[in-house]
Write a protein that binds this ligand. Sequence first.
Ligand SMILES: *Cc1c(COP(=O)(O)O)cnc(C)c1O
Length: 367
Amino acid sequence: MLKKISFAGPSITQKEIDYVVDATKNGWYETYNIHIKKLEKAVTSYLGVKFGIATQNCTLALHLATATLGLRDTDEVICTDFSWVATAYAISYTGAKPVFVDIDPDSWCIDPQAIKKAITSKTKAIMLVHSFGHPAQMDEIMDIAKEYNLRVIEDAAPSLGSEFKGQKTGTFGDIGCFSFHGAKIAVSGEGGIFVTNDEGIYKKASLLASMGRTDSKAVFWSDMLGYKYTIANLTAALALAQVERIDELVAKKREIFSWYYERLKDVQGLKIIKEKKDCKSNYCYPSILLQDSLSVSRDEVLEKLKALNIECRPGFPRMSRFPVFEARFPNHEAEKVEKWGISLPSALNLTREDADFVCDSLLEIIE
Ligand SMILES: *Cc1c(COP(=O)(O)O)cnc(C)c1O
């Protein structure tokens, strides 16, 4: 039986175990939320932002973002067509309409020029994704937002540790959201965090995340329709241990990418997606684009790799094709990645031998 090469998975050490045991024993009574407070502090000081609210997952952090900005059913939000559907659903939960636009073929992040073309009188915000850990072009995006007076939400779910021009992703827009899902770089199984530099946004989001509760007029008083989105202390303890190791985790992901890059950079018939100028990627999901001139289809490649116990992922289907949405633009670059994109295994237990086996197998299949 060939060794299983997992697509994603964490690095867990004694530190994580100790923090979880500590939370189990001590995260009650007057210290019932101590690990949550520590997690929010650790993430905000790492990113260099003022405020953080840890949530049960990133999908909820994204909904908290769209709800806090007061989006509603007459509004449009310009959104990348290439992402996990949580990005767009977070817009739809408010009644606002996601308008899906194309991606930059070199980073698979939203194309700033496509944003410009999609702006209408109804546009209220831009929802971008730092796709697979690659930073979006934040200077151009923030310039457009300023010019047209649009809010910016960064779906930074997989990009903890990535940087654009030396500034951490998730800290450019009005709100940034990160995930600690088990398949991300720093994990707690389920978990996420909402960050902002704006005190007004932070205050409103805090109310919304905890049932609108203020205790201002009475104990158990609620001031607005709210949600129960805050994280569990036990979960926060695990996330905290991971965040304290983020530099090590980013270094490992970048090392994994370098193994693939070395082997695949000059191969005919595929393109490996590399960080662009001025960008530092955490390479959460190292990815390639096969050329449509190959004699095998992308799905055949995936099946053959799976038969060798190598777990890869196909590119996301364009969300604009989903039954709940509608397409306004064809988005040909996103279509190419949908058809020909592959994310390679980058679990944090991956070895150099594993990466070589993945490359050997891939090259044999596409030859
Ligand atoms: C993982 C991911 C999410 C969702 O995160 P959860 O914590 O699983 O809710 C949202 N957007 C993107 C781009 C993601 O990769």
